[in-house]
Write a protein that binds this ligand. Structure first.
Ligand code: ZN
Length: 204
């Protein structure tokens, strides 16, 4: 009879739910009764492993949820990066300009020669001066992109003016091979300063 009462109390005892008085009784009994002691040991091990399984079952859905959140975060980041890339391509870096889309004309103002470039399609013109080119020639690579509202390149983003001071030094060093090389998508065009000077009817 005593054994059965003890065994009924064991689960609560293992969970620490029994009173101090009961604990003393239970401990005294399992120290003396080897059968109840065995049952106690088994019960303890079993309850512990059940608790672990229960905990894992609770953790699994969270792991799955975490993986799903991670996946959607990665997807969001990738989509954002792609959108930024598309934006930069269409509105910033753009593409090479076709020579037929460009109007070029010369001007002389206040002692300087100006080569004026105008994109006929009204898009934003980006001239990139080749800093590696030195000597008698200058190299300009042209790119165009769509004009965006946040672009602050003034009223005429489709225009670019390249100026050279037409001074004593320039005149003295003017050679047949002094030129500006223009790189377009379809071809390379070379503008010789001697031709520009001639067309503007400037004195040599
Ligand atoms: Zn017993």
């Amino acid at each position: 009879m005593k054994c059965e009462i003890i065994r009924d109390l064991l689960p609560s005892y293992i969970d620490g739910l029994t009173s101090e008085e009961s604990n003393l009784e239970i401990e005294k009994h399992i120290n003396e009764c080897s059968l109840c002691n065995d049952i106690y040991d088994h019960m303890r091990v079993e309850m512990k492993s059940q608790r672990i399984i229960f905990d894992e079952d609770r953790i699994k859905p969270f792991k799955k949820l975490n993986r799903r959140i991670l996946k959607s975060v990665v997807a969001t980041v990738l989509i954002c990066a792609m959108l930024v890339g598309v934006y930069l391509y269409f509105f910033t870096f753009g593409w090479k300009v076709n020579s037929e889309d460009m109007n070029i004309h010369y001007d002389y103002k206040d002692g300087s020669i100006y080569i004026e470039f105008e994109l006929l399609d009204g898009r934003t013109l980006t001239p990139i001066l080749d800093r590696h080119a030195f000597g008698p020639e200058k190299v300009i690579n042209f790119r165009e992109c769509f004009s965006s509202i946040i672009d602050d390149r003034g009223e005429y983003p489709n225009q670019f003016s390249y100026g050279i001071e037409y001074n004593e030094y320039f005149r003295k060093n003017l050679d047949d091979d002094n030129c500006v090389i223009l790189n377009f998508k379809d071809k390379t065009e070379i503008l010789y300063y001697k031709d520009i000077v001639k067309e503007l009817k400037l004195k040599k």
